[in-house]
Ligand binder design. Structure first.
Ligand code: MN
Length: 241
């Protein structure tokens, strides 16, 4: 197909025609820029970072995070399996995460596990601010060998957890598998997130939990990313989240 424009034949382009040619040039430059980009478009927005310190009679927890990170993670909670799961959130959520906790794990992991969840939830809420421009909803279906777990979440402002993981063993290593639910209750309540976690398949407890955290991480990434079509707007018909 051959495109012919009057302006290219006319040796004396008028001002309007010249403007039109400039528009075409800019448009073509944008297309070639877009095609040559291997990374997503970076929007010039304020840093979405937070740092929360929470101290109680049972634990001392600090969480620092950057929602627009690259997956750098430092996790030192005194609960090795929880550290392993925090690395999943960071790596697959592309969130830079620094979690440090000192708790009464001489009793059991319950308080420390829950308080890490509370503090992480508060840090997410703080980093999201008024939630302007975010995609808001996120979902992912993550396999880990035989395990398959679906997470759907909404930064709705209304905390809710529907939890459907059924681990066949009481423990993974020294970690009590009941604590997974406690962790997600704490995150949902403190980040004001609606969170559904469903297990579609799974035999091994470690696989089921890890698939859940991976699905959560990817859902988190989707929901917290900035929607370039909605920058600066609260993604709600009510106008508030
Ligand atoms: Mn693992």
């Amino acid at each position: 197909m051959r495109l012919e424009f009057d302006i290219f034949r006319n040796p004396q382009p008028t001002c309007e025609k010249l403007k039109f040619k400039i528009y075409i040039d800019i448009f073509m430059m944008q297309i070639s820029d877009r095609l040559s980009q291997s990374t997503p478009i970076k929007l010039d927005l304020p840093a979405r970072v937070s740092s929360v310190k929470r101290t109680t009679g049972e634990t001392d927890v600090t969480v620092s995070l950057n929602l627009d990170g690259v997956g750098n993670c430092k996790a030192n909670t005194g609960i090795p399996f929880l550290d392993h799961m925090l690395h999943q959130i960071s790596s697959h959520g592309l969130i830079d995460l620094d979690v440090h906790a000192v708790g009464d794990i001489e009793i059991d992991d319950h308080h420390t596990n829950e308080d890490v969840g509370i503090t992480l939830g508060q840090a997410l809420k703080q980093a999201l601010g008024d939630r302007k421009g975010i995609v808001r909803f996120g979902h992912f279906l993550a396999p880990l060998d035989e395990a398959l777990v679906q997470v759907t979440l909404d930064f709705s402002g209304r905390p809710h957890l529907s939890y459907g993981l059924e681990m066949p063993t009481q423990r993974v290593g020294t970690y009590d598998t009941q604590l997974v639910r406690e962790f997600f209750v704490a995150v949902a309540n403190n980040s004001l997130m609606t969170l559904h976690i469903r297990q579609l398949a799974g035999i091994n407890s470690h696989h089921i939990i890890e698939a859940g955290f991976k699905a959560f991480a990817r859902s988190l990434r989707m929901a917290t990313e900035i929607d370039p079509r909605r920058v600066g707007e609260i993604p709600s018909s009510k106008g508030v989240l």
